[in-house]
Design a protein around this ligand. Structure first.
Ligand code: JBE
Length: 238
């Protein structure tokens, strides 16, 4: 099964993506499992001010990001993975909501390009153009129903969700199967059961007796029960 091996991020704030050098993702890069490029949109501008936005046609508040620098930046990113299908992810609160299932789906695209918009968004012809361009797929994605200053933090979130699922990134694949937001037998998404480690008693709080019993069958049953309880408490709050 092929999986993603290259990420390119286009932004007017490349420094916002510095955390990609740390931890799990940083290690995946230094181990050669993935490649990441971060590209400054302003490098594609031609005027002295490096303008990337303009006033909206039809009037209204705010600014809209101009299509020309975006087109050049996306074309240049595509050339970094020749002969691949490029999945262009446009971060917008209007997009499809990120879920564990979507993260899983995105691991299967060989080349992901993240377009981090600022201001009131990107001229929609950018999405329209690449939607019908050969070798491109376009997906508008949101990490949640709140308004961020731009797509940079959303990109960090999505990349972190994807990279940890890639083969070889997390040594113990059992920990991927067992953890939060995996699916139960009937396909329902469950949050994780509660975890305990030493000491047995901490500030008067005890580890549940069952976890000390050594009875693996009963422990598995208890954990499933706890996960179901926590799932209904979390998901059904208004
Ligand atoms: O979730 N997002 O992808 C966003 C992008 C830009 C602004 N707000 C967001 N929520």
């Amino acid at each position: 099964m092929s999986s993603v091996n290259r990420f390119d991020v286009i932004t007017i704030f490349p420094e916002y993506l510095e955390p990609l050098k740390l931890s799990l993702i940083g290690k995946a890069v230094s181990n050669g499992l993935i490649k990441i490029g971060v590209h400054d949109l302003r490098a594609q501008t031609t005027d002295v001010h490096g303008s990337v936005d303009d006033t909206p046609y039809g009037g209204g508040a705010g600014m809209v990001m101009s299509p020309e620098p975006w087109g050049k930046a996306i074309d240049a990113a595509a050339e970094l993975a020749p002969n691949e299908i490029h999945e262009l992810i446009v971060l917008t609160p209007a997009g499809e909501k990120l879920t564990q299932e979507l993260a899983q789906t995105l691991t299967k695209s060989k080349h992901l390009i993240f377009a981090c918009g600022r201001y009131e968004g990107i001229d929609v012809r950018v999405s329209d153009f690449y939607s019908s361009a050969k070798n491109f797929k376009v997906r508008e994605v949101s990490i949640g129903d709140y308004v961020l200053g731009g797509g940079e933090v959303a990109t960090l979130v999505i990349m972190e969700a994807i990279v940890r699922l890639l083969p070889g990134v997390i040594g113990n694949s059992a920990s991927l199967d067992e953890e939060s937001h995996t699916l139960s037998n009937d396909g329902e998404t469950l949050v994780e059961y509660p975890n305990y480690t030493k000491p047995k008693e901490w500030r008067g709080l005890e580890v549940p007796e069952i976890l000390l019993s050594g009875n693996h069958g009963e422990i598995a049953k208890w954990r499933l029960e706890q996960a179901l309880i926590r799932t209904s408490l979390r998901k059904e709050s208004p």
